[in-house]
Design a protein around this ligand. Structure first.
Ligand code: TXA
Ligand code: MG
Length: 348
């Protein structure tokens, strides 16, 4: 299959681009589209055969449910029976935007593969103008996971989608770089105290201002309990070379680079711009502020695959605010490994 890339950036009014995407989706095809978080790979959420194509193009395990995207708030009541007061407050405050809410699904509305056998469903209304316009023109709910091969960092540019899925999907709508850069916050509202299953740009602090107490289990707590967001148990966001977390401290990073290079390791460093002077073999900036880090992180992780690095060092950040989302993705990408443990093992 040939994959067409259609540029819609700055071209939001272009009817033709949308008509093609709308027609493909309505016919049961899958289409990659930009959202404000990452690119998604969409299919009509009520069409089982179409949704199955998403799993096979991504190589995604079938027990990992998909997020359903909607173009208006009003249609939510078609898909879920109960919309709690807290859910209404969150919709008013954060939709359209990067917040996915988990609801009890009405039975037999979505294709079976969307919910992967659960009786709940994750739904969000994205704010990206291309995604919104497409959803509104289509008038149907769209199931869309991130448009990467399973296990790879989520795509924040159309070229990332092309790298992973060329030949496997008919169309990529190219709306430029996505902006937020990490996937939506997933909030489980079926619990008395809502639980953040995946941290994102809508932070615990922002949610608590609107709906009161919210639980955000740490990575460790999540691993000990049964995985609540099934997708969180798989290896994720991993470049080819192993990633190690390291303290954001120039002296510590410099010593690490010198030590590794002396042992003939080629080192890629993902860190704020001023760390470039430490002379790693490859350097990928993630910016200084947490918003910059979120938006550059996946690009930087992907860029490591175009190098011969044997090890990737990535500087950690605080878990305040969006930092929780950044550290969540970095920890997954590193498989929880810290450089300090690695270097101690080398010295033993
Ligand atoms: O920002 C985003 O959310 C992007 C864009 C494309 O919208 N989508 C995305 O989808 O990240 P995906 O499939 O890569 O991640 C969905 C996450 C997974 O961790 C999945 O396990 C969880 O949401 N999830 C989906 N439905 C769920 C449910 N019913 N209960 C618990 N977790 C659910
Ligand atoms: Mg994903």
């Amino acid at each position: 299959m040939e994959t067409q890339r259609l540029v819609v950036d700055n071209n939001v009014e272009s009817e033709k681009s949308y008509t093609q995407a709308v027609n493909l989706l309505a016919e049961g095809e899958i289409v990659a589209l930009p959202t404000e978080t990452v690119y998604g790979l969409g299919a009509v959420a009520t069409n089982e055969a179409a949704v199955k194509k998403i799993y096979s193009a991504k190589g995604r395990p079938s027990d990992n449910p998909l997020i359903v995207h909607i173009g208006t708030k009003e249609e939510l009541s078609k898909y879920v029976d109960t919309i709690s007061e807290k859910a209404v407050k969150c919709m008013d405050a954060f939709w359209p935007g990067p917040l996915t809410m988990i609801f009890k699904a009405k039975p037999n509305v979505f294709a079976k593969s969307v919910t992967a056998g659960l009786d709940t469903v994750g739904i969000r209304m994205p704010s990206h103008p291309v995604a919104l316009k497409l959803l509104q023109a289509l008038g149907m709910p769209v199931a869309a996971p991130s448009a990467n091969r399973s296990g790879k960092p989520s795509p924040t540019e159309a070229i990332h989608v092309e790298q992973d899925l060329a030949g496997k999907i008919p169309l990529i709508l190219d709306g430029g770089a996505t902006g937020v850069g990490v996937e939506s916050t997933v909030l489980d509202l079926t619990k008395e105290i809502p639980v953040i299953l995946r941290p994102g740009a809508i932070t615990k602090e922002m949610l608590e201002e609107v709906i009161g107490p919210v639980d955000q289990p740490t990575h460790i707590e999540q691993e000990q309990g049964a995985p609540k967001a099934p997708g969180m148990k798989y290896t994720h966001y991993a470049p080819n070379a192993p990633v190690y977390l390291i303290e954001r401290n120039k002296q510590i990073v410099q010593e690490a680079i010198q030590y590794l290079q002396a042992k003939d390791y080629k080192v890629a460093l993902i860190a704020p711009p001023s760390f470039k002077e430490l002379s790693p073999d490859w350097f990928f900036s993630i910016g200084n502020t947490q918003d910059e880090m979120a938006s550059h992180l996946f690009h930087a992780l992907r860029a490591c695959d175009s190098t011969d690095a044997q090890i990737v060092l990535a500087t950690a950040t605080s878990t305040e605010g969006v930092g929780a989302a950044i550290m969540n993705r970095l920890e997954k990408s590193a498989g929880g490994k810290w450089y300090s443990d690695f270097s101690n093992a080398l010295k033993d």
